[in-house]
Design a protein around this ligand. Structure first.
Ligand SMILES: *[C@@H]1O[C@H](CO)[C@@H](O)[C@H](O)[C@H]1NC(C)=O
Ligand SMILES: *[C@@H]1O[C@H](CO)[C@@H](O)[C@H](O)[C@H]1NC(C)=O
Ligand SMILES: *[C@@H]1O[C@H](CO)[C@@H](O)[C@H](O)[C@H]1NC(C)=O
Ligand SMILES: *[C@@H]1O[C@H](CO)[C@@H](O)[C@H](O)[C@H]1NC(C)=O
Ligand SMILES: *[C@@H]1O[C@H](CO)[C@@H](O)[C@H](O)[C@H]1NC(C)=O
Ligand SMILES: *[C@@H]1O[C@H](CO)[C@@H](O)[C@H](O)[C@H]1NC(C)=O
Ligand SMILES: *[C@@H]1O[C@H](CO)[C@@H](O)[C@H](O)[C@H]1NC(C)=O
Ligand SMILES: *[C@@H]1O[C@H](CO)[C@@H](O)[C@H](O)[C@H]1NC(C)=O
Length: 364
């Protein structure tokens, strides 16, 4: 029974059902489909390199997404010795094509799944390019103390030294582990466990791409067992929104600052429907004086929140009472965008939005 549909349409979302891996049971040497002494882990598969095949074992760019959740589990039968696995195929796309329909569906289904007492944790398999965005979206929408582990791969399944299988085994081990509780949403790749709040993709190609420079790693895997450097802790300023009945999110655009930037991008953004803007600013949230004047004119005319973040990979934008922008603090532009979308969708007033951002960084 291969009940996994490779590319699910929206209509199919409504009827997404657990795939039971009955045919894998002989490979875990058990008589019944569920070993009740094992933890139960649910995998939500969305696509990405971890679900990709190349034309040869040396092809590591330009490959196609195409493997379903069934194939992922079949490639790593060891996970059936540490957990009972259920799988949902949510989408099967490269992560550049993950959109709010998919991320909201994930949040809804993961909240429902984790509310079941028999479920120990969940794993989300995802392309790495925007994995930090989905992970942060779940950080801000999943209300559970159970582990949620986002995992991907940098090399397709067909490559020499493919990293997907071991990453998947580690992510399931972590999702099944009580040590993974009360730590927010986690990202695992390359033997590391990071916080979705801070972890970012740093390199377009290499295996060691995911880390957070200032906040560091939460832990690592030693012989596939998760080891945490700290007792359970959640990121300072974490906010969880109730998105139970939310079907779409407010439009927020990101404008990238650079020398001679086009000041009219602020106007274009507003006229194409944005309800908020995030600036990927130079330095600690800056832009040219021309762009600043254009952005201020837009703010004066609309009152819409303009959040100043940083185009540098790390660092923070400090609050300023004089400025018309809202400081993003530590949130990078893509995470600031998600937080602003959720706050706007929840109907937050300007000052509540400002406080939501300010909660994550020290005030002077
Ligand atoms: C998101 O992607 C899915 C799958 O490709 C598609 O069905 C859906 O319409 C998209 N949603 C939006 C809001 O574009
Ligand atoms: C069920 O899992 C437990 C714990 O890992 C293991 O000791 C036991 O052998 C498993 N039972 C079967 C029937 O495989
Ligand atoms: C796993 O699920 C089965 C079936 O629902 C249940 O009997 C068992 O107790 C669960 N395992 C754990 C560790 O909760
Ligand atoms: C699962 O565990 C059983 C019993 O310990 C072992 O014989 C089998 O090789 C294991 N399977 C895998 C795929 O690790
Ligand atoms: C999260 O769950 C707790 C109880 O477990 C509840 O008090 C709180 O209102 C929930 N928050 C959201 C945003 O759902
Ligand atoms: C989440 O919002 C829905 C309505 O949108 C409500 O029914 C539910 O009780 C809320 N959950 C919590 C935990 O507040
Ligand atoms: C925006 O409004 C402020 C306060 O009224 C004013 O000082 C500033 O000059 C205005 N900026 C622009 C670009 O219109
Ligand atoms: C850009 O938008 C601002 C605020 O609405 C407005 O004052 C300004 O005239 C617009 N600029 C152009 C070139 O449309």
């Amino acid at each position: 029974m291969l009940a996994v549909v490779l590319a699910l349409s929206l209509a199919a979302f409504a009827s997404a059902s657990p795939v039971s891996f009955g045919q894998l049971i002989p490979r875990q040497d058990v008589q019944s489909p569920i070993n009740t002494s094992l933890p139960n882990v649910t995998i939500f598969a969305t696509g990405g390199t971890i679900a990709s095949k190349g034309n040869s074992n040396t092809q590591t760019v330009g490959y196609q997404v195409g493997l379903g959740v069934q194939d992922l589990v079949e490639a790593v039968p060891e996970i059936l010795n540490i957990s009972n696995i259920n799988g949902y195929q949510i989408s099967n796309v490269g992560s550049g094509s993950i959109n709010e329909t998919i991320s909201l569906k994930l949040a809804h289904m993961i909240n429902e799944e984790l509310a079941k007492p028999e479920i120990s944790g969940v794993v989300v398999t995802h392309g790495t390019d925007t994995l930090e965005e989905t992970a942060f979206f779940l950080e801000a929408t999943v209300n559970s103390t159970k582990p949620v582990v986002c995992v991907g791969a940098m090399r397709p399944a067909t490559a020499l030294s493919a990293d997907g299988p071991l990453n998947l085994l580690q992510s399931v081990t972590l999702a099944a582990s009580p040590a993974g509780r009360n730590r927010g949403i986690m990202i695992t790749l390359n033997d590391r466990i990071g916080s979705a709040f801070y972890t970012t993709k740093n390199n377009a190609n290499t295996l060691d791409t995911f880390f957070s420079t200032e906040a560091g790693q939460l832990g690592i895997f030693i012989n596939q067992v998760p080891y945490f450097f700290f007792a359970p802790v959640e990121p300072v300023g974490r906010v969880v929104f109730n998105v139970t009945h939310v079907q779409d999110l407010a439009q927020v655009d990101i404008i990238y600052a650079h020398q001679d930037m086009n000041p009219m991008l602020f106007n274009s953004s507003v006229s194409s429907g944005a309800k908020g803007i995030v600036l990927a600013g130079v330095g600690a949230g800056g832009m040219s004086s021309k762009a600043n004047a254009a952005a201020e004119a837009v703010y004066n005319a609309t009152g819409m929140p303009i959040v100043a973040s940083h185009r540098s990979n790390d660092g923070f934008v400090p609050a300023s009472d004089e400025d018309f922008t809202i400081a993003s603090g530590f949130y990078n532009p893509q995470k600031a965008r998600i937080l602003l979308q959720l706050a706007l969708t929840a109907g937050y007033e300007y000052n509540e939005i400002k406080e939501t951002f300010a909660a994550s960084y020290p005030m002077p």
